[in-house]
Ligand binder design. Structure first.
Ligand code: MG
Length: 257
């Protein structure tokens, strides 16, 4: 069932989203050569606590997993696409792409966002990948007007990837959000994940849109830790995410500072 939210509830979701962004900004400052995902996870836990929020992913047990997620922050480096477990023993190095995904629950409402942060100077291909992913997110957000369709969002994302010659990763995507961090509907990034049913976007629908693009493939595998999703060909990946409310007048980006 797809839940719709009132403006009053959307403001509560926005409050959680603001904390998400503040924490992500604080964490991003520490992305540099020598730092580790574990360092960032510790900072995220501290920053969210200071603001009276609860990390949404810590101990979160998604339907596909038998175990619950052991960290507050998802840290996915280079070929790692999403759900990256923060690592203690592998420091970042110049040229890495570090994707940070964070969710917060405050006062019964959730917010969710992701950014990809370059470590020092990155290559031209990596720059293109980041630009494509960010642009896909912006174009998808523009579709969040009541009366448009889920397929308009998917088309905006997939066609941006094609324009840049990069690949929208299959099987992973965005989701409804509000009283829970992950709700219906699924928001695909790849046309092949659209299925037969479309969904009309209605006022009060709140979704996390999160394109994940890779340089060489749309296919993934899961690492031996059972969580970290990696590109099938080892090519690098980028990930940007906003929480957005659909209204009759257009999109309300709740994770915009
Ligand atoms: Mg999300």
């Amino acid at each position: 069932m797809v839940e719709l939210y009132s403006f009053k509830e959307i403001e509560k979701i926005r409050r959680a989203c603001m904390v998400v962004m503040e924490v992500l900004m604080a964490v991003a400052e520490h992305v540099k050569p020598g730092a580790t995902g574990h360092d960032l996870d510790m900072i995220a836990r501290e920053e969210v606590k200071k603001r009276g929020g609860k990390p949404a992913f810590l101990n979160y047990k998604p339907p596909f997993s038998k175990k619950s997620f052991p960290a507050a922050l998802c840290v996915s480096v280079n070929e790692e696409v999403v759900h990256g477990l923060p690592k203690k023993d592998i420091p970042f190095k110049e040229g890495d792409l570090v994707s940070l995904d964070f969710g917060v629950i405050i006062d019964g409402y959730a917010g969710d966002a992701a950014i990809t942060v370059p470590v020092g100077k990155i290559g031209k291909e990596e720059e293109k990948l980041m630009k494509a992913t960010k642009e896909a997110l912006n174009r998808a957000v523009e579709q969040c007007v009541a009366g448009k369709w889920m397929s308009d969002i998917v088309e905006a994302i997939h066609s941006t990837a094609e324009e840049y010659g990069v690949f929208p990763v299959r099987s992973y995507g965005g989701h409804g959000i509000g009283k829970k961090v992950h709700q219906e509907p699924f928001v695909p990034n790849n046309r092949k994940d659209m299925g037969k049913t479309n969904l009309k976007l209605r006022q009060g629908l709140v979704i996390a849109i999160e394109p994940m693009f890779a340089l060489g493939t749309e296919d993934t595998t899961t690492a031996s830790d059972g969580w970290t999703v990696i590109t099938a060909d080892g090519s690098k990946s980028a990930h940007f995410e906003h929480t957005v409310a659909v209204t009759k007048k257009g999109p309300m980006v709740l994770t915009e500072i």
